[in-house]
Design a protein around this ligand. Structure first.
Ligand SMILES: [Zn+2]
Length: 324
């Protein structure tokens, strides 16, 4: 079925061009806050002299190659948008390119490899001391995780599972929390039978000092990070193929703001579709907008990312993301 014209517009306006480049494994270097450059990946590129002729503007979602022979092979066009890029790469028409993009990013889970960025500022020092021990006897194959839509591989990677030992986390689903340098600083314990409190943390733990999953997110090399509220939101967005961090609530601290701006070039807010989530997204956007580009995903009313499949998350990211 052919795509309506409106969907082409939406793909051009909403689909980050670095996702498409990552799909092809194209690695470019940053040349400014919104620009990348490097070797031209197009099949029309034959020049051996023009090695650094390809550039991308992330905020405008456009690309260009300035090699004269490459331009001539593209009928005189210097560059274009995401659909042009796919049409060139796939040697197909625009309509077919649009259908392929829709197929890759619009209707199913995608796992784009991240775009590398070499110029990275170093992180501020961690505020939490390392924990000094690890819990043993965590069951990462517990049915609770399957119920929440967490794949066994994700549970193993994050070390999330049912704790069989004693103490204040006994019988809870434990979530290891690491600082930005991957040092284990705490475990959170999620109730699995509806008991209160829903989450338990060590008494000295301060959520405001950390971003959950920052260590993994920054090591993907992604320039854009998705910000969610909860641990399970983060696990689901990770499964959908994105660099993600969780605030562990709806509060947003100065420290968390510094962590985001020192490790990423752009943020996408994917907070819950309820009143506190929407309010928090507004406050965070106001605080970050002066420092970096901020996108926001409009989740349907009362929907949370942890309730969504990878395909639904990617659909919402492509279709409902607005730049603030
Ligand atoms: Zn070229």
């Amino acid at each position: 079925m052919p795509l309506p014209q409106a969907d082409f517009q939406s793909l051009k306006q909403r689909l980050p061009i670095d996702w498409v480049l990552a799909h092809y494994g194209v690695k470019l270097r940053p040349a400014g806050p919104h620009t990348l450059y490097g070797a031209c990946p197009l099949p029309t590129h034959t020049s051996r002299q023009s090695r650094e002729s390809f550039s991308v503007n992330l905020s405008r979602r456009v690309w260009a190659c300035h090699s004269a022979s490459c331009i001539a092979a593209r009928d005189g066009r210097i560059g274009g948008h995401v659909i042009d890029l796919v049409a060139m790469m796939e040697r197909c028409g625009l309509r077919q390119a649009g259908m392929r993009l829709q197929d890759w990013f619009g209707g199913r889970a995608t796992h784009p490899p991240p775009v590398k960025e070499s110029a990275r500022t170093s992180a501020p020092t961690a505020c939490h001391p390392p924990l000094g021990f690890t819990l043993q006897g965590i069951d990462t194959c517990h049915p609770y995780l399957e119920q929440r839509g967490i794949f066994p591989a994700t549970a193993r990677l994050f070390g999330v599972g049912m704790y069989r030992g004693n103490g204040f986390l006994a019988g809870r689903c434990v979530i290891p929390i690491r600082d930005e340098n991957s040092r284990l600083v705490a475990y959170a314990g999620r109730a699995v039978h509806g008991e209160a409190p829903k989450y338990r943390f060590p008494s000295a733990f301060r959520k405001s000092h950390l971003l959950f999953n920052l260590d993994r997110a920054r090591h993907t090399g992604a320039r854009n990070v998705i910000v969610v509220e909860g641990f399970f939101d983060a696990l689901k967005v990770h499964q959908a193929g994105h660099a993600v961090v969780a605030l562990m609530g709806t509060s947003f601290s100065q420290r968390q703001s510094e962590l985001l701006t020192s490790h990423f070039a752009r943020v996408t807010l994917l907070l819950d579709g309820d009143q506190p989530g929407r309010r928090a997204a507004e406050i965070i956007a106001q605080s970050l907008r002066l420092k970096m580009p901020v996108d926001k995903v409009a989740l349907p009313k009362d929907v949370q990312p942890d309730q969504l499949s990878s395909a639904e998350i990617n659909f919402l990211l492509v279709r409902t993301t607005v730049t603030l």
